[in-house]
Design a protein around this ligand. Sequence first.
Ligand SMILES: [Ca+2]
Ligand SMILES: [Ca+2]
Ligand SMILES: [Ca+2]
Ligand SMILES: [Ca+2]
Length: 725
Amino acid sequence: MQANIYLSCSLVFLCCIIPLTPSMGLSQEPDCDCYDSSNNPIVKAPIQEPDKPLRGIADIHTHMFANLAYGGATLWGCPHHPDGISKALAPCDRTQDFRTYNWTFGRLTPSGCWPPFTTKCWWDVHGQKNSPASLFVENREGKHDKHGYPSFVSWPKHNSAWHQQMYYKWLERAYLGGLRLVVMFAVNNETLSDGFYPKRPFGQSITRKREWDKRDDDLALNTTDTFAVTRQINAAYQLEEDIDLENDGKKNHNGWFRIAKSPGEAREIIESGAMAVVLGIEVDSLFECKPEAGHCTEESIKRHLLYYKALGVRHIFPMHAYNNKFGGAALYNSFMAFSNYSATGEPFTAEDCQHPDYNYDLVNAVNALKTGDSSLMDLITGFFLDLAIDLDKNIVVDERNKGAATCNKVGLMPMGEVLIKEMMENGMIIDLDHMSYKMRQSVFQLAETYLPTPYPLVSSHSGFAELEKELNGKKTPGGKPLPEEDRFEIKEWDLTGEEVDRIRELGGIVSLYKLSKGKISSLNYLHRYEYIVRKMTGGNYHTSEYPGIGFSTDWGGATVQAGPRFKSENGGYVANSAFIDETFLKDCNIDQIVEYPFNFDDICTKSIAKGTIFEKQVTGTRTFDFNIDGLAHVGLLPDLMRDFANILEHRNAKLDPGSEKIPLTLDPLFNSAEIYIRMWERAECAKYNDDNDKWCNKLDNCPGLANDDQADSDGDGRGDLCDEP
Ligand SMILES: [Ca+2]
Ligand SMILES: [Ca+2]
Ligand SMILES: [Ca+2]
Ligand SMILES: [Ca+2]
């Protein structure tokens, strides 16, 4: 416990930041409320102080271009459209056509039909009642109203995963409110893509020409991960250019959205007042390496990695929901067991988890799915019919001992080792999430023994087994053990406490991601925040001042966001019982709303200029109020932070004087851009270490002499050993 770290940030930073008026002359658009009628920004960006740590939030897990993923017709709405918001966020009804509206980087989304051999097209995938897409989302979002622009009555919503929530003007508000680094993962799911396109007989793979050989005329054949990745990366560059042009009509790399290819570039971008965007990949069959892919060889892996590196990709998930040739996927979702089978042709094999904290039983969950809600099973049967899945087959082979939790038998595979080592040689950022527990242990081993300096690892959106076990041990308000339905299913997906320690020791990052249990609101972040701050400040690294804590939303990742803590009734706010988790969060249920207009002056963030006023966000004719809308789109990020700051303040005031707990502020979150870049610097310089101490050259305050402690008693930035006598 490092109680000394979270002193007021005023001791570290001067809070009285002179408000900055960026010289960006963005034209006033009816869809944007970021600027006043004189074209001055309403929200003022922070000034970055030269040679000081950066100020700003990093969202290290987003899928901004997920409208181009999942077959290109699952998530409705574009982050940007050349014809403006009325096209980008058009109503999602049958009079609209994805082919017309899903425009990005000069290409149109091809048409397709689901189910095959019917006249029903893309719509069913997007979200008609019991659509296939609904299988992938926690709340099974089905039939819904169409209203997007301009009323936005129906979406975006905090619990609507299949509508665009990262429209660029919304992102701009988040940026102006302190978001300074975004990791954009190209994402996909071939099962959803296959659902959209005319099917192939199961077992016959689509002709998989490499993406860069593709021509427009065979767009319709492309349901592959590779195809989806290239489209999304291209779209990111296109958006960067469009935003650059928007400010002054010139392509001169001065837009607020700028892709960074090195930590140094990211620093320069943020120091200049803009937002750094890091490109990444999170797909099931990275480099088309399905489990049995003969074409996936050491040579092909190296070639693909260099290709994507040249495209600007820096942060990669070796694994996603399915097994591949690199290793085994974490078992966390019964539906994914079906789709793993459909995508790879092989079942998962479950064995006893090697860590005692896990309690999830995938076999049970799959059986419950088979025998439970018949409409759901009909949907799954229908969805996979064409893929010839025999539902009586074991889609999970059960090799564990009775009663044990289920973990994937497959760990790191030989081609996975090739990939990890090659990523390290290239300074790429390795994301542990979605790997089986067994695979993670091998990857930790490789990172910890990497020479000459251990290699940092990142977990950008996982849960925490140790914390969930602790919460499961709580009592009800009446003093009884928690009922079964209130207990967490602790899954292989969740990092163990030991793993979090190892990530910290490697100089890596874990991220603040919503808690997975029950209804989610800003309150639910609190337990994880307490936990990761405690864990990530546990070492003696200088990262203690900047612990490796990120923040993640997973926009576009088929997930829901923080819901509202209040309902609107008779013009007032009433506590929303649906989002009060009495079991875990009783002490934190504060009545304080986010009062508009709000600012951050009282909490001295390092990210937003003093005096900046946030009004309610308005898009089209819709006004968003965080108290009753929750995190409906990315533009409400400052509102979430304000609400969370209120919750922390309330929590701090209620701490017992003798408590081991320390007061918490938003500082770690507002440090997260700096944190991510430090981790990235560590990855890039791990192979350069002249003195073989714990610090690679660039991060070493005395690079010629071994000094693990980095002692610098006069504080001049040069280690004692290197100081002039
Ligand atoms: Ca420009
Ligand atoms: Ca060194
Ligand atoms: Ca040294
Ligand atoms: Ca010194």
